[in-house]
Ligand binder design. Structure first.
Ligand code: ADP
Length: 410
C-alpha cells in the first residue's frame, strides 16, 4: 500500500494509464501505434512526473530536472530511449539504448553518439518545428538489425527531444521468410508443371502418332503430376498444422500403437526395397496427450525418410520407451547413407535438402521434417537427430507423458 502511495505521489499514473492504453493499442493496431502510445506516455511522464517547482526557483534556460522516479521508469522501458536537451546534448540514455550508443553517451552531442544521417535529420527537424518524425534505418554490424526511430519534442521551457527505437528485425525476418517460402513453393511447382505442359505440346505435335513415345511421355507426366500433388498435400498439411499449433491436443494416445499404424501404412514400400523393419515397444508404455492423425503423419514422415534414404535390403529399427526423466520416446533408426553433421541443424527448415536431386528422385518435397517439427512443437515435445555419414541416422521424438487420469479429474 505504502509503495502504491509513493507511486501515485510521484505521479506515475500517466505511465500506468499510458501502458494500459499501449497494451490495448498494440492488440488492436499493431507495433507502430504501440510505439506512438509509448512515446506519448514518456512525454506525459516527463511532464507530470516532475516535482513541482516554484516559479521563482525555476530557471527557464536549465533543462528540466528528471526525478529519480522518471529516470527509473525510462531506464526500465524495453524500447531503447534517448533524451536530448535543447542543444541536442544527451541528457538520458536508458538500458536498452546503451548498447547502441555506448555507456558514456550522456553529456555528449547526439551527432557524436548516433551516426545515422536520416535519424540525425529527423532529430534536427523535430527539434526545430516540433513535428514528430518517424524514420526507418538499418545497423549492419555486428548482426544486421532494423529499427524504426520515433522522434518527438516534449515541453517548451526549455523543450527536450525524445528519440525512441522500435526493433523491426524480427518482423523483417519473418517477412523475408514468407517471401522465400512463396518463391520456393512456386519454384518447386513450376518445374513439374513445365515438364507436363512440355509433354502435352510434344504429344499434340510431332509425337502425335508415335505410340511408343506417347506411352513414355504419359508415364513421365503421371510421375510429375504425382509430385505436384504431394507438394500441394504437404503445403496444405503444413498450413493446417501451423494454424493449429497454439491449440493444445487433448486425447490420450498410445505412442506404440501410433508407430505401428504408421509403419503398417508404409509396408508396401519396405517390401519393394526389401527393407527389414523391426519394432520394439515395452509393455504398458504410459500414454501421451496428442492428436492421433498428426502423430501418425509425423511417424510416417520419419519412417518414409528412413526408407528413402536407407539402403536397399537394409534395416529400420523403431523403438519406444520412457527416459529416466519420464519422457515418452520413439526412435526411428536406419542404416542408410547418414547425414553430415553440418547439415543436421538445417534439416527441419522448409525445402532444405542435403541432396536436392536425390530427394526429388525419391519423390521428396523437402517439407517432411518441417511438418515433423511443427507437430512436435504443438505436442510440446523435442526432436533429437543423431547421424554419421555412411553409418545411418536416428530420429528420436520425445513427448511429455499424459498426466495421470486422477490428476485430470481433479
Ligand atoms: P524430403 O522430402 O526431401 O525427404 P524432408 O524434410 O523429409 O524432405 O528431409 C529433408 C532432408 O533431410 C532430405 O532431403 C534428406 O537430405 C535429409 N534426410 C531426412 N531424413 C534422412 C535420413 N533418414 N537419412 C538421411 N538423410 C535424411
Amino acid at each position: 500500500m505504502a509503495a502504491l502511495k509513493v507511486f501515485f505521489h510521484g505521479r506515475a499514473w500517466p505511465l500506468a494509464a499510458g501502458m494500459a492504453v499501449a497494451g490495448v493499442v498494440a492488440l488492436l493496431f499493431g507495433p507502430l501505434a504501440l510505439a506512438l502510445v509509448i512515446g506519448l506516455t514518456i512525454a506525459a511522464v516527463i511532464f507530470l512526473g516532475q516535482p513541482e517547482t516554484s516559479p521563482a526557483s525555476a530557471r527557464p534556460e536549465d533543462p528540466q530536472p528528471l526525478s529519480p522516479l522518471v529516470r527509473g521508469v525510462i531506464e526500465q522501458l524495453p524500447a531503447p530511449v534517448l533524451l536530448l536537451d535543447e542543444s541536442k546534448r544527451v541528457i538520458l540514455v536508458n538500458s536498452a539504448m546503451r548498447p547502441l550508443v555506448g555507456a558514456d553517451a550522456e553529456g555528449r552531442h547526439v551527432s557524436a553518439v548516433l551516426r545515422n544521417p536520416a535519424v540525425l535529420t529527423a532529430i534536427d527537424q523535430t527539434a526545430d518545428d516540433g513535428e514528430p518524425a518517424t524514420v526507418q534505418f538499418t545497423l549492419p554490424v555486428p548482426i544486421e538489425r532494423h529499427y524504426e526511430a520515433y522522434v518527438v519534442r516534449v515541453g517548451d521551457n526549455p523543450p527536450a527531444t525524445v528519440l525512441m527505437l522500435h526493433d523491426l528485425t524480427a518482423i523483417r525476418r519473418s517477412e523475408q521468410m514468407r517471401a522465400d517460402f512463396i518463391a520456393n513453393a512456386s519454384h518447386e511447382l513450376r518445374t513439374p508443371l513445365a515438364a507436363v505442359s512440355g509433354f502435352i505440346d510434344t504429344l499434340r505435335g510431332h509425337a502425335k502418332d508415335d505410340e511408343v513415345a506417347r506411352e513414355k511421355f504419359l508415364g513421365i507426366m503421371s510421375v510429375e503430376s504425382a509430385r505436384m500433388r504431394r507438394l500441394i498435400d504437404d503445403l496444405l498439411s503444413l498450413t493446417r498444422i501451423e494454424m493449429n499449433e497454439h491449440v493444445p491436443p487433448y486425447k490420450r494416445i498410445q505412442l506404440d500403437q501410433v508407430v505401428r499404424e504408421a509403419a503398417a501404412a508404409l509396408s508396401p514400400l519396405t517390401r519393394n526395397d526389401r527393407i527389414t523393419l523391426e519394432i520394439s515397444t515395452p509393455p504398458n508404455l504410459p500414454p501421451v496427450i496428442g492428436d492421433r492423425d498428426e502423430l501418425v503423419q509425423l511417424f510416417q514422415n520419419l519412417i518414409h525418410n528412413a526408407i528413402k534414404y536407407g539402403r536397399e535390403a537394409g534395416h529400420i529399427w523403431i523403438s519406444c520407451g520412457q527416459t529416466a526423466d519420464d519422457q515418452i520416446f520413439a526412435t526411428v533408426k536406419d542404416d542408410g547413407e547418414g547425414i553430415a553433421s553440418s547439415a543436421v541443424p538445417r534439416l527441419t527448415e522448409r525445402f532444405y535438402r542435403v541432396d536436392v536431386k536425390r530427394s526429388r528422385e525419391k519423390g521428396g518435397t523437402g517439407l517432411g521434417l518441417a511438418i515433423v517439427k511443427h507437430i512436435i512443437s504443438r505436442h510440446q515435445g523435442r526432436l533429437q537427430i543423431e547421424s554419421r555419414l555412411g553409418e545411418g541416422s536416428s530420429f528420436t521424438v520425445l513427448l511429455p507423458p499424459a498426466p495421470s487420469e486422477n490428476d485430470t479429474k481433479n
